[in-house]
Design a binder for this molecule. Structure first.
Ligand code: GLC
Length: 670
């Protein structure tokens, strides 16, 4: 209404000028031709078409630029920004959870982005075609808005497109840190990007750049290594490949996706390893830590043109990262030159201080550009509008945020791709394919770390194992896809059981040796007295985030596996034989196996291998050798894990970088 009044007044002024210029008759003839009863109506009539026409012409002019894929990204961003209203800008800055966003919401508000939180499958089902249907109906709705700004859809594809049944699920980052192979990271990234694009999703909240210092932290397995140089190398390679090598202000390949370097910053350093906890350092001390190396992974990702960064829930000396302007703006955007979009973590601004208005204002002014407000996304947009109108958030800051968001959308081809493209349907054909699983199987092989290769009657265990004729594989973990995948698989926290398509560890062993050896599986450790090889699989149950936070004495195999280990010992004693004993650990971090290292001839750390469990048999019984080395220091006494980096060597069971090969040689970690 305000616009119309302004335009009516301008028309009256224009008519008066016209009257003065060409006489009353001409003006009346113009007005009389509009078949209206009064001058006011005439003005209204004249205003409407004129207003529409001026809006229309400006919009049409802008569209000619921002919809022209042959023009540079920066020109298209500028043209689009110039015709956006305050409301349209504010709604671009919010991301809602798909369970809380309808197709009508998208049409009504032009919301910038939607996410599926961990395990948040569409109501249609959890197969690729169900996701394609859900994602594309929301994307299509966005194109029906006034400006047709495409909708960004984000998921946590943190070790494959891991929410969806049948996806290729890779080892979690801690295992890839043991593999320590940048070329492998590139291969993994290409498979992940294609299995994500296949369902219409353009964006993954990955990789996590944590360098975990304390395995009591429930997100240890999401980090590649305790060593920041490893993280920089692996994450930089992964981001570059995931985004198709996109260069600044250019367009990425059709089967690449947007990456997210997370969580910025210091999450692996919280006191007691507490998830979302506090790093007990002053800002000045933390700046020194940044300079000592924990900023390097982010520098590597910025150098790889990472398009988004997610702040961390943790705080530094009590100040939450989400409202830390020094970190988000001074360090990330200015010092590192990050030109992409900062997206808040899931409802994370709610952990910041003050009222909701203060949380939004403080976080946006600190440098947050898009707000992952899963349920409160509409409220958040309205709050941004209110705060800009009140001057609490400057128009410049809002325009900077929207510029960053639009830049990400243009560079990822969102304005130029057709929704539900034929390309997507091609990609869906290779979803979870044998070829993609081979990449994951290779990753499993490279992620294994041989911690002990003992001497068995004059032979090394890994030499002796070739003589196997009767193998008993023990433990529920040997036949449990859910346990070998860990958290962030099908559901947010993951769960044990036959949760998706994959190869259990015991299946892989059977397939490898069936020509020459008998294989049996015993969940509880009942042994065939004729067994000459016992393979015992122990470790953790799946968990994610704070659900995985434990006290030091919680870093051990689950109780059922402890019972299994005891049963096996009793059985062997009762049988009076002396089979070769191999222990395989499936866990997201070092755990206390000290009591068993001496009792077993060989010990393998398999971390969380994902769906392709046969990769373990490839090395244990096949021709592949062990190449993995520990990405984390492994203490003897887990009650001292809080201070493990200040312990003497005598207190370390396996040092960072430790690993053996089948010949018993110590491997060297680059
Ligand atoms: C979670 C995690 C973050 C994830 C986000 C969206 O709480 O902290 O890593 O990307 O929410 O699921």
């Amino acid at each position: 209404m305000k616009n119309k009044i302004v335009k009516s007044l301008s028309i009256i002024l224009a008519s008066a000028l016209l009257l003065a210029a060409c006489g009353k008759a001409e003006v009346e003839s113009v007005l009389s031709e509009t078949t209206v009863s009064s001058v006011a109506d005439a003005i209204e009539e004249v205003v409407e078409p004129a207003a529409e026409e001026s809006d229309g012409s400006a919009l049409e002019e802008a569209k000619k630029i921002y919809l022209d894929k042959d023009l540079p990204v920066s020109e298209r961003v500028e043209a689009l920004l110039s015709v956006m209203t305050l409301e349209e800008k504010a709604y671009q800055c919010v991301q809602g959870e798909q369970a809380n966003v309808t197709v009508e919401d998208v049409k009504r508000t032009g919301i910038g982005s939607v996410l599926s939180g961990g395990g948040s499958a569409p109501s249609y089902g959890n197969l690729p075609e169900h996701w394609q249907k859900r994602v594309n109906e929301l994307k299509a709705a966005a194109l029906e808005t006034r400006l047709g700004i495409p909708l960004l859809y984000g998921i946590d594809a943190v070790h494959g497109n891991n929410n969806i049944y049948g996806a290729t699920v890779f080892p979690h980052n801690i295992g890839l840190g043991a593999a320590n192979d940048p070329e492998l990271m590139e291969e993994i990234a290409h498979v992940v990007a294609r299995e994500v694009r296949a369902v219409g999703v353009q964006y993954s909240f990955a990789p996590c750049l944590a360098n975990p210092q304390n395995e009591r932290w429930g997100r240890t397995y999401e980090g590649f290594s305790e060593n920041t140089a490893d993280v920089a190398k692996l994450a930089g390679a992964f981001v570059a490949a995931l985004q198709g090598g996109v260069k600044d202000d250019e367009y990425m390949p059709a089967d690449a996706i947007i990456a997210c370097a997370k969580h910025f910053i210091g999450e692996g350093y919280t006191a007691e390893g507490e998830n979302q906890g506090d790093v007990k350092m002053s800002a000045a001390e933390f700046d020194e830590l940044l300079a000592m190396g924990i900023l390097d992974p982010y520098k590597a990702c910025v150098d790889s043109n990472v398009l988004t960064v997610m702040p961390s829930y943790n705080s530094i000396d009590g100040l939450k990262c989400h409202e830390n302007k020094h970190l988000l703006t001074d360090v990330l955007k200015e010092q590192l030159g990050f030109k992409g979009m900062v997206i808040s973590d899931y409802n994370a601004i709610g952990q910041c201080k003050g009222t909701y208005d203060e949380e939004v204002a403080n976080c946006m002014n600190a440098g947050v550009d898009m707000f992952m407000e899963a349920q409160e996304w509409d409220r958040c947009a309205k709050t941004i509008i209110k705060l800009v109108e009140a001057g609490e958030i400057s128009e410049e800051r809002l325009d900077d945020a929207v510029t960053r968001i639009l830049r990400v959308k243009f560079m990822s081809n969102m304005f130029d791709e057709e929704v539900g493209s034929a390309h997507e349907n091609e990609l869906i054909g290779e979803f979870g394919s044998a070829e993609n699983r081979e990449v994951a199987r290779c990753a499993v092989r490279e992620s294994l770390v041989l911690l002990k290769n003992g001497n068995v009657n004059g032979k090394l265990a890994m030499e002796k194992i070739k003589e196997a004729t009767n193998i008993t594989v023990c433990g529920t973990g040997a036949f449990d896809i859910g346990r070998q995948c860990g958290g962030w698989t099908i559901s947010w926290e993951g769960k044990s059981g036959n949760i998706t398509i994959g190869t259990p560890i015991v299946q892989g062993i059977y397939d490898e040796v069936k020509e020459y050896a008998k294989v049996s599986h015993s969940a509880r450790g009942e042994l065939d007295a004729e067994s000459d090889v016992i393979v015992t699989v122990v470790g953790e149950n799946p968990y994610s985030e704070s659900g995985g936070d434990v006290k030091a004495n919680g870093l051990k195999p689950i109780s059922g596996d402890v019972k299994l280990l005891e049963t096996i010992e009793e059985q062997i004693a009762a049988n009076g034989n002396d089979p070769l004993k191999v222990l395989i650990v499936i866990a997201g971090r070092p755990i206390d196996i000290n009591d068993y290292v001496d009792k077993y001839d060989a010990v393998v750390m398999a971390f969380l291998p994902g769906t392709e469990g046969e990769g373990i048999a490839d090395v244990l019984f096949g021709d592949y050798d062990f190449t993995g080395t520990l990405p984390m220091t492994w203490v003897k006494d887990f009650s001292k894990v809080n201070e493990k980096h200040s312990l003497p060597e005598s207190e370390i069971l396996f040092p960072y970088g430790f690993g053996l090969n089948k010949a018993g040689n110590s491997l060297t970690r680059e």
